[in-house]
Design a protein around this ligand. Structure first.
Ligand code: 2M8
Length: 725
């Protein structure tokens, strides 16, 4: 796995190197050729893991452009790159501003203040954090001045909420939230300064960018600012777009926290940042909460009301720690719903930037629906902060997969993951590096080498040693057991999403009944199973249920990986035999073959259990066997009479899900690790490709496989071992 990510991390670093412009990093080699405010924060976070020097230079360069009133500009223009972007300094005319730094080319607005967060990360991730202290001492007053500007100039009423005065300040430019306040702006188009957009470059579909109407309003606002000579008071008096945004303010209070900790490191008083944080937290939860929607909304200071448009920005108070526990619960219900791609929903990535159920949701248009790595990177941390670990893990998985599957794009299709906008996008690369580091860290904590060794020598836990025995003849036990398993399926399994309600199942009558029947297995003779279909269904169902039983009995919380050698450990006594989940799978159902990376076959040459082996192997069982994890097949109950049809349906559904991705434009096919572990069951590599080809329904994908059959490039997807809870 380490090797698997290592190649992509190298690619991500190469992107950052290629976009390096000498003292800062361009967000993208094509669309954004200058230095951008919050992009640099995210970029520095990525670099902080391997290049402290450049991470520091990135931040210091940006702060060289800070205005004397503390404002940190949205863009610091590179004089060598002028001519490729709109609007550039000739349009901003910041020389009219009293506070703009002389000799520096900047825009006249700001962006979400992620910088203190980035600076703290640089310190924490440095090989020798002490060496970074002089940088902290240099940058701290500048960070303080930035936050002071936001509280002073953008929150004149002292509420604790800074307003933004241009959609570009939000970072989420054409978010549907801005439609209402922007459409309210009326102006005479003839009087609008002449301008030409430069973002509609070849290869960029205009439908995936803000509209011309939006641009007119962006330009109108810039014109207003320069006419006010960038004087905050005059702007405030006339600007029709003044919004208190939950995204901006959640980042602000999260950055206040970092600022307080930086103050402590360098021996300054953290009091000011801490009191700012407290105030903003209180104001977000009081003023921006929409009780009915169960989400935070932006507040429009012109109309004096919440803008009732729900986007991913509404979840950001989780990141800022601003949601109360009760708000967080409601928020989670909203976030983990079909509107924003629920756990195990399939065919969507978490979290789209806008409610997918809205009519104007647009899966490929910029900030009106797609997935953005930076927003979700923050939301994953917010979810962890409130203890929603499972969802945070699933977010992390999607964030790691998107660049791997679809390259390091600017944003991604919320349903099929296709990359849009600029390729080789810097913050996608930078935050990917950070996510991989986080992934390694949690791997080290839960599944180190010693864990694997323990797994090899795991002692079995016999799960059916209870004293309560069923009053059923051993001959009828199989039928009874299967009926009870079907009841469990009906009551506690969500077969469409592959989830099990372990909590409810645990204390239920149905599960008690199942466990009693499982005790009866001690007197069962497997030889009374007749016919291949009956055996196939019996062992498949029993395997799936021993896994559920093991998860409940051993108290698995997040992942079966918590228990060393889980599948070797969970065992049933069946007649005179002991059979672990591994024995059932690799011994009986797979024809006694070695499990992946194991030196031994389950049944040795003289093992009497060899009599139970089912041969030949039906490779479709891999889409029916459940491992209690998110990436395995969804759990179901298999009927002896219909098992072949059910296996056929399971294989079709798996091959046509996001576990098999054929990407002709990338010249490769990405498939579940299941295909790697069980390649031999599919008849080796060729058999595997044939198998996938036969089940795929998409014509374009089939054509690609056919045309590239001989040297098809295959990569394997990261397997998600999180519990299918
Ligand atoms: C996008 O915004 C710029 C204006 O700032 C643009 O559309 O031209 C946004 O995605 C913004 O969040 C980002 O910082 C910037 C550069 O990546 O591009």
């Amino acid at each position: 796995m380490a090797k698997f990510f290592a190649d992509y991390v190298e690619r991500a670093k190469r992107i950052l190197d290629d976009n390096w412009a000498g003292s800062s990093t361009k967000p993208s080699p094509t669309l954004y050729p200058h230095q951008w405010n919050w992009d640099s924060g995210f970029i520095a976070i990525g670099r902080s893991h391997y290049d402290t020097v450049r991470a520091i230079v990135e931040i210091e360069t940006l702060f060289d452009a800070q205005w004397s009133n503390g404002m940190l500009p949205q863009i610091f223009f590179n004089p060598k790159e002028l001519g490729h972007y709109f609007p550039e300094p000739d349009f901003w005319q910041t020389e009219r501003a009293a506070h703009a730094p002389a000799g520096k080319l900047t825009s006249g607005i700001t962006m979400p203040p992620v910088h203190a967060i980035a600076v703290e990360k640089i310190y924490k991730n440095a090989r020798r954090p002490r060496d970074v202290v002089p940088f902290l001492e240099r940058i701290y007053p500048k960070l303080l001045a930035l936050h002071d500007y936001l509280y002073r100039e953008r929150d004149p009423g002292g509420e604790g909420l800074a307003y933004i005065r241009h959609p570009w300040e939000s970072g989420i430019d054409n978010s549907p939230t801005w439609d209402i306040p922007l459409r309210r702006i009326h102006f005479d188009k003839a009087k609008l300064p002449h301008y030409t957009r430069k973002d509609l470059k070849p290869g960029i579909d205009p439908k995936m960018r803000p509209s011309d109407d939006d641009y007119d309003r962006y330009v109108f606002l810039v014109d207003l600012f320069r006419n006010c000579e960038y004087d905050e008071f005059r702007i405030r008096e006339t600007c029709p777009f003044l919004i208190q945004d939950p995204l901006f303010n959640s980042i602000l209070c999260r950055a206040d926290e970092s600022l307080g900790r930086i103050a402590e490191i360098i021996g300054e008083s953290p009091e000011m940042p801490q009191s700012w944080a407290q105030k903003t937290v209180g104001a977000i939860r009081e003023k921006l909460w929409h009780e009915e929607h169960g989400i935070f909304d932006a507040y429009d200071l012109a109309s004096e009301q919440l803008i009732e448009v729900d986007t991913a920005a509404g979840f950001m108070p989780l990141y800022g720690g601003a949601a109360t526990r009760k708000q967080a619960e409601q928020l989670y219900g909203r976030l983990n719903s079909v509107s924003f791609c629920a756990l195990h929903q399939g065919n969507c990535f978490t979290i789209p930037n806008y409610d997918t159920k809205k009519e104007d949701f647009d899966r490929s248009n910029y900030w009106r629906g797609p997935i953005w790595i930076n927003i979700n990177w923050m939301l994953a941390q917010g979810l962890r902060r409130y203890g929603y670990t499972l969802k945070a893990d699933s977010l992390q998985k999607d964030l790691l997969q998107l660049p791997i599957r679809f390259c390091f794009y600017e944003y991604f299709d919320s349903f099929d993951g296709k990359g849009y906008g600029s390729d080789n996008f810097s913050w996608t690369a930078a935050l990917f590096i950070d996510l991989v580091e986080e992934f390694y860290e949690s791997e080290r904590a839960t599944k180190g080498a010693s864990h694997r060794i323990k797994g090899l020598f795991a002692r079995e836990t016999i799960l059916n040693e209870g004293t309560e025995m069923p009053e059923v003849d051993p001959e009828n036990l199989a039928g009874e057991l299967m009926r009870t398993i079907r009841d469990l399926r009906d009551t506690f399994y969500d077969t469409a999403r592959g989830l099990v309600d372990y909590e409810r199942l645990k204390g239920s009558e149905e599960f008690k009944q199942y466990r009693m029947l499982a005790n009866g297995l001690r007197k069962f003779r497997p030889s009374c199973l007749t016919g291949r279909k009956e055996k196939l269904a019996f062992w498949t169902n029993l395997y799936n249920t021993i896994v559920v039983d093991g998860i409940v009995t051993l108290g698995v919380k997040q992942s079966v990986k918590e228990i060393p050698g889980f599948f070797r450990k969970i065992t049933y006594a069946i007649g005179p035999h002991l059979l672990s989940a591994d024995d059932i799978e690799h011994g009986i159902l797979r024809g006694n073959v070695r499990p992946w990376l194991s030196p031994f076959r389950p049944f040795g040459p003289r093992d009497v259990r060899r009599g139970m082996i089912l041969s030949p192997v039906d490779s479709r069982i891999h889409f029916a066997l459940v491992c209690g994890s998110r990436s395995c097949a969804p759990i179901d109950y298999y009927e002896p009479n219909h098992i072949y049809d059910q296996l056929e349906a399971a294989a079709t559904s798996f091959v046509n899900s996001s576990e098999v991705l054929v990407l002709p434009e990338e010249g490769k096919m990405l498939i579940s690790e299941i295909f790697r572990w069980y390649e031999r069951d599919f008849g080796g590599r060729t058999g595997l490709v044939d198998f996938i080809f036969d089940y795929l329904v998409d014509d374009e994908a089939r054509r690609f496989i056919q045309e590239n059959y001989a040297d098809l490039h295959i990569e394997y997807l990261h397997y998600d071992w999180n519990l299918n809870r």
